[in-house]
Design a protein around this ligand. Structure first.
Ligand SMILES: Nc1ncnc2c1ncn2[C@@H]1O[C@H](COP(=O)(O)OP(=O)(O)OP(=O)(O)O)[C@@H](O)[C@H]1O
Length: 649
């Protein structure tokens, strides 16, 4: 079947259209808010906790001012004789300690209350951190599963159009970006809005004029923040793209480690990765430079407010008899808290841009339409006729393009019928369209024109799962998972019995080596990609996997392509017994297989140029006869070299 191509993504592919396209920021934010709505109870409970914490902070601050006024008044009370003395403390909520209490006792009471508030704050802050961590985990796990689930159902076109690095990044890093929107943006914005309202309200209650003057610089901060966001947004998008490339280099290297080492290309690979890595770092450095200037600038501006407070607040203290030293201290505390929150705006703007960039990439995956799926009212698979077999396949003027309408068709005007149980051999030069033709049968792609029927029903009308369960597939190179041999054979069918697994292994001539050569037999755990097996053993397991459920149709895409001639014979034997009694399409170049076929399709540039049995095609003297002649000569030379004896099944 077609492996991931090196060509540029097809522009007609649905994901290609979405990738990189800029979703409107407002719509994106709205969508993220809707996503957060799913966690509203957790968000609200965290916010309520934040409100309690805020109230405690303000109470602590108020008590500090009170304590200062108690001390000031005790040492230097205001009186007619002492007009420059300290004004009496104003106890909150109409409470005043008994008149018998000394100033020391009053200070102790205030200090005790501040300590209690501190302890409660500590406990509540720990609880808040725990709740937010829990919320984050819930979001990440559920979103990651949704993206992964969607990836499983997306068609090959999506994977053709998106590099593996980009896909991995979307499931990992970008999903984190979405949760960042909830915990570091949404929750923080709400906390900030409430805090700023509280602080501003408290300051206004203390002195309206002073509050307005001190907060003069705030609009300037918002303006700067807006500009910063606009500047860094494209930079973050570019950064995700560069990171995709770095991950792609890494994953290609891990998968192609044999090629890399075989060609002694480690140094070149190290340089390739270093270049990709360097590109990410250099670009990120540019973002950091902007962040590095912006964040301190935003923190610096509020400092100016303190200068204003000192000058204007000092003057008010002299002029306004109700304005105490304690009030000035409380005001300065509030102003600092206010400025601290405003200072967070810089970080927040940064987080917003990061999270929106990641979120748009996650949504692109979630929004990609499912091109290939079961239609609403599918036709069930027809039952086999009495005493007959299933697996009749009919191609009706089938054409297919990978790209847009103006792309060169990979297949054109394929029109033939295969009766149940027949063996069709497909022959053609490399790139002729053999794998593409086979990939239309399990609906990896749908034909662009014409249709394919299985037992008389259009493939698009059948339930997709049932269709794919009716087809066994062996690829040119088989992918095995790091799991036991038995689980690899039963891949996708965990309910398969040991008996079924062994039967499939016997058909694929794999039972012998599994029980004799592998340490734990069927329970032997394979390393990643089945690297602890030979190529021939891997292909035989793949054949066993394909025939496990005894499918009526078998597709074999040149299973010996990546196998050395010495082990080819083992696979040919396995293929021969796997084909027995089922409709089989086999991409093959071996004369022995071609001879056995009920008919051979010779493909050239996506078209059937010859069709018939081996004898008919030999007699015709066209492409086929030429290819067979070359192979016969090759076989002869191999026989002379004594390489071919056990090969033909
Ligand atoms: N995913 C893809 N996207 C775009 N073009 C593709 C894709 N897969 C294959 N092609 C193109 O379609 C044509 C047919 O490819 P296909 O893999 O079917 O050939 P093949 O006959 O199986 O070749 P081989 O014998 O080398 O496996 C080629 O031109 C190939 O470049």
């Amino acid at each position: 079947m077609p492996s991931a191509p090196s060509q540029s993504p097809s522009p007609s592919a649905p994901a290609a259209a979405g990738v990189g396209a800029e979703a409107s920021t407002a719509r994106l934010i709205l969508r993220l808010c809707r996503l957060a709505w799913g966690y509203r109870l957790q968000v609200i409970r965290s916010l309520v906790l934040q409100l309690v914490l805020l109230t405690l902070t303000l109470s602590g601050l108020g008590l500090l001012g009170l304590g200062i006024d108690v001390i000031g008044h005790a040492f230097d009370p205001l009186s007619e004789a002492n007009p420059g003395g300290n004004k009496p403390p104003a106890w909150p909520l109409g409470y005043a300690p008994p008149s018998a209490w000394t100033s020391g006792q009053q200070v102790l009471l205030v200090a005790g209350l501040i300590a209690v508030i501190g302890l409660v704050r500590f406990a509540l802050e720990a609880l808040s951190a725990f709740w937010i961590a829990q919320l984050v985990q819930d979001i990440v796990v559920s979103l990651r599963s949704r993206v992964y689930d969607k990836l499983q159902r997306l068609s090959f076109r999506f994977f053709d159009a998106n590099e593996s690095g980009s896909i991995i990044n979307r499931v990992t890093g970008d999903v984190q970006a979405v949760r960042m929107f909830v915990d570091q943006v949404l929750v923080q914005v709400l906390i900030m809005a409430v805090s700023l309202a509280f602080f501003a309200g408290y300051m206004l209650s203390l002195h309206v004029g002073l509050t307005l003057v001190c907060l003069l610089s705030t609009p300037l901060l918002w303006l700067l923040t807006g500009n910063f966001s606009r500047i860094v947004k494209p930079a973050y998008l570019e950064n995700r793209r560069l990171f995709d490339t770095a991950i792609r280099v890494l994953s290609e290297n891990a998968q192609g480690v044999h090629v890399v080492k075989g060609f002694a290309a480690q140094d070149a690979e190290v340089r390739r990765f270093a270049a990709a890595n360097h590109a990410v770092t250099t670009q990120k450095r540019q973002i950091f430079q902007q962040v590095a200037i912006f964040v301190p600038l935003i923190s610096f501006l509020p400092q100016l407010n303190l200068v204003i407070l000192l000058i204007y607040g000092g003057w008010i203290y002299m002029e306004d008899p109700a304005f105490t030293v304690g009030t000035l201290v409380v005001f300065s505390g509030l102003l600092q808290q206010f400025s601290g929150q405003i200072g967070n705006v810089a970080q927040l703007a940064n987080s917003v841009q990061q999270s929106l960039t990641g979120a748009s990439r996650v949504f692109e995956v979630l929004d990609t339409p499912l091109e290939i799926q079961t239609r609403a009212d599918p036709t069930p698979l027809p039952a086999p006729p009495a005493g007959g077999k299933r697996g009749g396949i009919r191609f009706e003027d089938v054409g297919f393009r990978f790209g847009k309408e103006d792309a060169v068709p990979a297949l054109a005007h394929l029109d033939f019928e295969v009766k149940p149980g027949q063996l069709v051999a497909v022959l053609g030069a490399t790139g002729a369209g053999k794998s593409t033709m086979l990939s239309l049968i399990p609906r990896f792609y749908d034909p662009t024109t014409g249709r394919i029927r299985l037992d008389g029903v259009d493939l698009r009308d059948l339930p997709l799962d049932a269709l794919r369960r009716s087809i066994g597939i062996v690829f040119q190179e088989s992918f095995l998972f790091s799991n036991t041999v038995a689980e690899n054979i039963a891949f996708g069918h965990p309910d398969a019995t040991q008996e079924q697994v062994e039967r499939a292994a016997r058909i694929a001539s794999a039972h012998g080596f599994i029980t004799e050569d592998l340490k734990d037999g069927y329970r032997t755990v394979l390393t990643e990609g089945g690297n602890n097996l030979s190529g021939g053993q891997r292909q035989r397991l793949a054949i066993a996997r394909a025939v496990l459920l005894d499918p009526p149709v078998l597709l074999m895409d040149d299973p010996t392509a990546a196998i050395d001639p010495e082990t080819e014979g083992e696979i040919l034997a396995a293929m021969a017994s796997a084909m027995a009694d089922r409709t089989t399409f086999v991409v093959a170049h071996r004369l022995s297989t071609l001879r056995r076929a009920d008919f051979v399709l010779v493909l050239d540039r996506g078209r059937v140029v010859e069709r018939g049995t081996h004898d008919e095609l030999m007699a015709k003297g066209g492409h086929y006869a030429e290819a067979a002649g070359v192979q016969a000569a090759d076989t002869e030379s191999r026989e002379i070299l004594g390489m071919d004896e056990a090969v033909d099944p």
